[in-house]
Design a protein around this ligand. Sequence first.
Ligand code: SF4
Length: 383
Amino acid sequence: MARVRPRGISGRFSGVDWEGFLAIRLSCHSGAVSDSWPHDLLDWYGAHARVLPWRNPPGAALPDDPDWPYRVWLSEVMLQQTTVEAATPYFHAFTARWPTVAALAACDDDDLMQAWAGLGYYARARNLLACARAVVAQHGGRFPGEEAALRALPGIGDYTAAAVAAFGFGRDAVVIDGNVERVVTRLLALAEPLPGARGAIRAALATAMPAGRAGDFAQGLMDLARRVCTPRAPRCLACPIAATCAGRQTGAPEDFPVKPAKKARPQRQGTAWWIEAEGQVLLVRRPAKGLLGGMLALPSCDWRGQAAVPPLSGDWQAMGVVRHGFTHFELALTVKALRLAARPELDGEWVAVGSAATGLPTLFAKAVQLVLAHARDDGTNAA
Ligand code: SF4
């Protein structure tokens, strides 16, 4: 396990066994000794835990509710690449409309995709349904509690399996997300960039995790990461585990996790077409598989650089370009508009221009806003 030696510290630290860092004792300012950072963390978490609708209070027994793991799983899927603030209203709406995994499994696909609109990363919504249906079909409508069985379900990877096992069932699972990684790479001053450092992180947490408190331990680390050990400016003076933190001793804890050399995301181009007639615009449903699968959208090409052929010929007007970042590429979407006196015969759904952005994924909502702004600027009729 490679660690970075504290910056500006020599002599007295030269004999430290960095390999066995978690086992050593470091003196803190008061002269007391801190060798119990997991318990210091749990004490801090007990006093400062955020109240979240999918979270059990620190130290409390899990709710006597067979659908508790469903709520935990739903929240974890929503929180993938989405903030707590953005996910919370969706969580309330989903659990009010589909209070059990069986209810979610029985819902209409289109209803779910529409309810998900705005959360982004739409593959999650498709996996959500597939997973709910698998839980009903394979497990009688109850999530399994073992990580291996959870990982076998659609859309559940290592992190979510551990989170559901720990937060939903109280199992001693090691839960590691990006925030936990940040805290632990600082705590241990790990010199190896991610993902190579993950083995060391997991081993350290498995050793340090107090038995029976896996959920509180992980959520304590997550809260610490969000409130104290923040990405750019960690507040070490307010940190309950500062006395044990090697990253702090380096003088530059914000340098952890060490960044690997950055690769630029590939750029792609595409075209979307706005076809307007009789106060309505044409929307199409994208194929079920692939990016934004199953979502309503403006007609568009496949964004792979082939010549973009419009759905019909006419006097297309350039509206501008919308830029949007996906996980693996950046898209520059050229938007063109055609305004006709009567609706042409084309597959799709005609919707009122003024409500065209409602329920669209962010990329196409941006394209709609671009057209509407263009129309306002030049006094054409889109409204
Ligand atoms: S002491 Fe600073 S760097 Fe270390 S865990 Fe606490 S906030 Fe993060």
